[in-house]
Design a binder for this molecule. Structure first.
Ligand SMILES: C[S@@+](CC[C@H](N)C(=O)[O-])C[C@H]1O[C@@H](n2cnc3c(N)ncnc32)[C@H](O)[C@@H]1O
Length: 379
């Protein structure tokens, strides 16, 4: 890979795959001008890498943190636009700040920094405005982390990948006598913008929609029958609850001020039946987007045996892409997580290995449109 684009790492995300994985597959299975799609876009690696390589790109994710980060990468504003907006926001901050949502926030952020964060949380229209979305994505990346190592981090010491629980965090800081650093959020945003956009942005823009992956064909109507390549990684069986583990970032985007489990029903299926049915429903929901001959690359992990995954994943694709012939291409590549980026997973994760599958999808017969409720018998 040539130079790593600084926008890739705007904010970390669990179970993210590396740029090299996306790049390799985009190169192998698509050409310049093709459409590449990711129904579970996460931090937006597939979408952003596709744009960098001259492909059109789109995706969905149900988690606002993921949709904000990948949406910001898919349609980044210019550095000038970002710097102007930061100055405008700074000039409009009111004198009185709202109260802290809970005691956790007073332990986590210096009072001046918290005032700025609370203001930006209200002021940034990240859902509708692309410049605000980009600034919000930078805020998500800066919101918490190893502030003793980086001046560009706004919180008391915390991991950057996971939002730790409030009671645990307060105890940890109190036991060590740790106080939150005084950081100017506007200065941090300016520094980050200069770094993230220092080599510009792709000429092409893409679109990531905050939506259930099952609704892919509805929210991307303009892409019907045009997607040549899907590169994706679904939630793994019983591994991570993305909503709970990212609760502080979700709060910044308008969510509740405490962690909440099971916010998104498909994040952490525990039983195989519902899990494989979920995946079949997703494939059925995006099947109308696929070109007549398309490729789907899937990275999937978890504690299940590889043969069990192979059989059920194939079956789910056959059910979902029912107008297509589904054929496994080449060997399944299996990698131990220990050989991967250690911080891409929750500590103590049950996902010991990951498997990479490539399937060819070839249109066979035309039949009536599929219904959304799908039964997949688990092998
Ligand atoms: C393994 S992660 C994807 C990581 C991504 N490949 C990356 O590199 O960052 C799975 C994603 O699926 C999303 N997700 C869970 N249920 C979903 C649903 N029903 N529709 C769309 N996205 C969903 C989660 O929010 C999470 O971002």
């Amino acid at each position: 890979m040539a130079q790593r684009h600084p926008l890739h790492s705007i904010c970390p995300y669990f179970a993210m795959f590396p740029e090299e994985f996306a790049e390799r597959n985009i190169l192998a299975y698509s050409s310049v001008g093709d459409v590449v799609y990711d129904p579970f876009s996460g931090r937006g690696t597939t979408v952003f890498q596709s744009l960098l390589m001259g492909r059109k790109a789109a995706g969905t994710d149900i988690n606002p943190v993921a949709a904000c980060i990948s949406g910001a990468k898919a349609d980044a504003p210019s550095l000038l636009q970002v710097l102007r907006r930061i100055t405008e926001l700074e000039g409009q901050i009111p004198e009185n700040r709202p109260p802290s949502p809970t005691p956790f926030f007073d332990h986590c952020f210096h009072e001046k920094t918290l005032g700025q964060i609370l203001y930006l949380r209200e002021a940034l229209d990240w859902r509708a405005n692309r410049i605000d979305r980009f600034i919000a994505a930078m805020m998500l990346g800066a919101l918490h982390g190893e502030s003793h190592r980086s001046k560009l981090c706004l919180s008391n010491r915390m991991p950057r990948t996971i939002s730790t629980k409030p009671e645990y965090s307060i105890r940890w800081w109190t036991e060590r006598g740790l106080e939150p650093p005084e950081r100017n959020a506007f200065e941090v945003l300016r520094e980050l913008a200069k770094f993230r956009l220092k080599i510009g942005k792709p000429d092409l823009t893409g679109k990531v929609v905050l939506a259930d992956a099952r609704d892919g064909a509805d929210v991307h109507k303009g892409l019907r029958r045009s997607v040549k390549l899907i590169v994706t990684s679904p939630p793994y069986l019983d591994v991570t609850d993305y909503g709970e583990d990212q609760w502080l970032r979700l709060w910044f985007l308008g969510g509740g001020s405490a962690p909440q489990a099971k916010l998104y029903a498909d994040d952490r299926h525990t039983g195989q039946d519902l899990y494989w049915r979920f995946l079949a429903e997703v494939w059925a929901g995006i099947a109308p987007l696929a070109a007549e001959n398309a490729t789907i690359v899937i990275r999937i992990g978890g504690a299940l045996e590889r043969d069990v995954i192979t059989e059920n994943l194939t079956k789910s694709l056959e059910v979902g892409f029912k107008k297509y012939t589904v054929s496994l291409l080449g060997d399944v590549q299996t990698t131990s997580l220990r050989k991967r980026q250690t911080n891409a997973f929750r500590p103590g994760t049950k996902a010991g290995v990951e498997h990479d599958y490539t399937f060819a999808l070839s249109k066979t017969i035309s039949s009536k449109s599929s219904s959304r409720a799908i039964a997949v018998e688990t092998a």
